[in-house]
Design a protein around this ligand. Structure first.
Ligand SMILES: CC(C)(COP(=O)(O)OP(=O)(O)OC[C@H]1O[C@@H](n2cnc3c(N)ncnc32)[C@H](O)[C@@H]1OP(=O)(O)O)[C@@H](O)C(=O)NCCC(=O)NCCS
Length: 349
C-alpha cells in the first residue's frame, strides 16, 4: 500500500503539478478493507525477486481492479500506472494482462480502463483521437493512448477534469447565481442539507437517487447498466468514508407538494486535507429539470462547504465532455478545464 501510494503521488504530481488525487496508504487500505459492494483486486509489480519483507521502494507499478457486486457484474474498472523511471519494460502490459485475467476469472466480460491527460488536443488537430461522442480529444502520441490501443481498447468517452480555485475573484458570484436560481425555482422546492450521515427518514430516498444517478450521467458507448443502491449500501459508503478520514457535504431538493427528494449534489471532503475537496454526484430527476435546481443546489452546497471548511482552496470534479448542462453550471461557477480523462473499453474473449 505504501509503495502504491508513493507511486501514485509521484505520478499525480508529474501529471497535474499537485498530489490531491493520490490516496495516502492508510486511505488505500481503508478502502480495500470494505468490499461489501465492490470487490477490489489490487496488484503491484515489484522488483524481481520480490523482497522478503514488503518494501515500498520495490514497487514499480500498480493496478487496481474494481468489480461491482450489484448491477454491473459483467464489468471490471481498471487503472494501471507504472513508475516513470521504469516504463517501456513491459510492466504496464504485465499488470494489465494480470488485471484482465483477474476480471475474467471472476466472470467479467468488459473492461473499462482510464487514462489521464493534462491537456486537451486542439480541435484543429486532424490526428486527435476523438471518442464517438465527438467530445474530449486525446493525442495519438500520448503513451497511455498508444498503450491502450495496443492492448485492444477503444476510446469510448472523454471526461473533462476541472478545478474550482477558491476563494473566487468575485466574492458575490455564488450568492448572485443562487438568488437567480432561487427565483427560477420558485417555492415549489425546499433545500435540505446534511453532512456525513443521511438522516434515517431520508436514506431510502437518497439511495433511490444514487441508483438513478448511475445511469442518468452520459455513459457514451460504455457498457454500463444501473447500479442499485439501498439504505444498507448508503450506510456502508458513509462508514467507509468515515473510516478513511473522509466525509461529505450534501444539499438535496425536496418537492414540497409531494415530499419527494428530486435532486441532490454532494461534495466529498478529506478531514486531514482542508484545502481540497471533490465535487461528486449531482442529479436532478427528469421531471424536475429546467427549474435551475442544479445551480440552486450547487451554490447552496458550496456555501455549506465554505461555512464548514473555510480553508478550502480547490474543488476537483469530472464530467463527461458531452454533459453540456452540467458543464455550463460548473463553468458559470468558475470551474476551469484542467485536463481530459479517457475511458477505454474492451470486451474480453
Ligand atoms: C501507460 C503506462 C501504464 C504504460 O506502462 P509501461 O510499463 O511503460 O507499458 P509497457 O512497457 O508494457 O508498454 C506496452 C506498449 O505500450 C506502448 N507504449 C507505452 N508507452 C509508450 C511510449 N512512451 N511511447 C510509445 N509507445 C508506448 C507501446 O506500444 C508499448 O510496447 P513496446 O514497448 O513493445 O513498443 C505508463 O506510461 C503509465 O503509467 N502512464 C501514466 C498512467 C496512465 O496514464 N495510465 C493509463 C493507462 S491506459
Amino acid at each position: 500500500m505504501r509503495g502504491a501510494s508513493r507511486l501514485s503521488t509521484e505520478i499525480e504530481r508529474l501529471t497535474w503539478g499537485h498530489a490531491d488525487l493520490a490516496y495516502p496508504a492508510d486511505m488505500l487500505l481503508g478502502v480495500l478493507r470494505n468490499q461489501a459492494h465492490t470487490t477490489r483486486v489490487p496488484m503491484v509489480a515489484t522488483v524481481s525477486p520480490a523482497p522478503a519483507q514488503p518494501d515500498a521502494d520495490a514497487v514499480r507499478g500498480v493496478v487496481q481492479v474494481n468489480l461491482d457486486r450489484a448491477g454491473n457484474t459483467h464489468l471490471a474498472a481498471v487503472s494501471v500506472s507504472v513508475d516513470p523511471a521504469y516504463r517501456r519494460q513491459g510492466i504496464g502490459s504485465a499488470l494489465l494482462v494480470a488485471a484482465e485475467e483477474a476480471a475474467a476469472e471472476r466472470g467479467r466480460t468488459t473492461v473499462i480502463l482510464d487514462s489521464a491527460h493534462n491537456r486537451e488536443v486542439s480541435a484543429d488537430d486532424p490526428r486527435a483521437l476523438v471518442p464517438p461522442t465527438g467530445s474530449g480529444r486525446i493525442s495519438p502520441d500520448d503513451p497511455a493512448a498508444i498503450f491502450a490501443l495496443s492492448h485492444g481498447y477503444t476510446l469510448e468517452q472523454g471526461e473533462r477534469y476541472s478545478i474550482l480555485h477558491l476563494p473566487l475573484e468575485d466574492p458575490e458570484l455564488v450568492d448572485r447565481l443562487h438568488a437567480e436560481a432561487a427565483a427560477a425555482a420558485g417555492d415549489a422546492y425546499r433545500i435540505l442539507t446534511w453532512t456525513d450521515r443521511c438522516p434515517d427518514e431520508l436514506v431510502d430516498q437518497y439511495a433511490a437517487l444514487a441508483t438513478r444517478m448511475s445511469t442518468a450521467i452520459p455513459v457514451a458507448g460504455l457498457d454500463v447498466v444501473e447500479d442499485p443502491w439501498d439504505a444498507a449500501r448508503v450506510r456502508d459508503h458513509e462508514r467507509t468514508l468515515a473510516e478513511t478520514g473522509r466525509g461529505y457535504v450534501l444539499c438535496a431538493a425536496e418537492h414540497v407538494a409531494t415530499g419527494e427528494l428530486v435532486a441532490y449534489t454532494e461534495i466529498v471532503v478529506a478531514v486531514d486535507y482542508p484545502e481540497m475537496t471533490f465535487q461528486d454526484d449531482t442529479l436532478v430527476l427528469t421531471g424536475h429539470r429546467g427549474h435551475r435546481l442544479g445551480m440552486l443546489l450547487k451554490t447552496a452546497n458550496l456555501n455549506s462547504l465554505l461555512r464548514l471548511r473555510p480553508g478550502t482552496r480547490r474543488i476537483h470534479t469530472w464530467n463527461a465532455e458531452e454533459n453540456e448542462h452540467m458543464l455550463a453550471i460548473n463553468v458559470a461557477l468558475g470551474f476551469r478545464p484542467t485536463g481530459v480523462v479517457g475511458l477505454w473499453q474492451k470486451k474480453l474473449d
